[in-house]
Design a protein around this ligand. Structure first.
Ligand code: IMP
Length: 209
């Protein structure tokens, strides 16, 4: 089985990636490698951060195929916030619950209150790297709308506040299989799968690039 190191400490992301990819990969993440130092996420775009995360870990793990995910939520009435700051919207070290409360507070502050729907999207950029070289970047987006009160216990992050287009339930209420069939991460992985399979089947591919 080809080995794939996901450059995240977020187990939820790794689990979603594993569920979407199926059982064909030996999946690891930074929780399995406490010795590795993750890159600082200070890029202005999802792509810049994904590449930075993938290259940072790849340079520390010669020969290993590394996949990094940078993702976040863009809410139109907030000018695209929280965007690349999704993980730290309520401040450095903020948790998912703090970020959701902060988002609800920012929506409540808008005067006049914007009429529904509060259109939004999740975006994900995946970067694939080996031996300190980028093998590719891949995008995925899912459109939807925000609600003003949290619903559901599944998923993570902003899932209890986001209803994907074509559904009435939030990502946190929908079964994981449904989220994993249409999410931004699923769509970015679908775009990446050809390169992933090629690189996984051929460990020398991309070496030294
Ligand atoms: P990253 O780890 O820097 O990419 O930050 C991603 C942040 O965006 C997470 O901490 C969540 O707040 C949010 N996010 C990304 N993907 C999802 C998702 O699938 N559901 C809910 N929130 C997400």
């Amino acid at each position: 089985m080809p080995r794939l190191l996901v450059a995240t400490g977020n187990r939820h992301k790794t689990e979603e990636i594993g569920a979407i990819l199926g059982g064909d990969w030996q999946l690891e993440d930074l929780n399995d490698h406490p010795d590795l130092t993750p890159a600082v996420e200070d890029g202005d775009t999802f792509e810049a951060n994904a590449v930075k995360k993938a290259l940072g870990i790849s340079r520390q793990c010669p020969g290993v195929l590394v996949l990094a995910d940078d993702s976040g939520l863009e809410v139109d009435v907030l000018g695209g916030a929280p965007g690349v700051r999704s993980a730290r919207y309520a401040g450095t070290g903020a948790g998912d619950a703090d970020n959701r409360i902060h988002l609800l507070a920012e929506l409540a502050r808008l005067d006049p209150p914007p009429p529904p729907p509060l259109t939004a999207r999740f975006r994900c950029v995946l970067a694939l790297a080996r031996d300190g070289g980028t093998l590719g970047t891949f995008d995925g987006t899912v459109e939807g709308r925000m609600i003003r009160a949290q619903r559901g216990r599944g998923g993570f992050g902003y899932d209890p506040l986001f209803v994907p287009e074509g559904h009435e339930q939030t990502f946190a209420e929908l079964p994981a299989e449904v989220k994993n069939g249409l999410s931004h991460r699923a769509r970015a992985l679908a775009a990446a799968i050809g390169s992933l399979q090629e690189s996984g089947a051929n460990p020398a591919a991309g070496s030294g690039t």
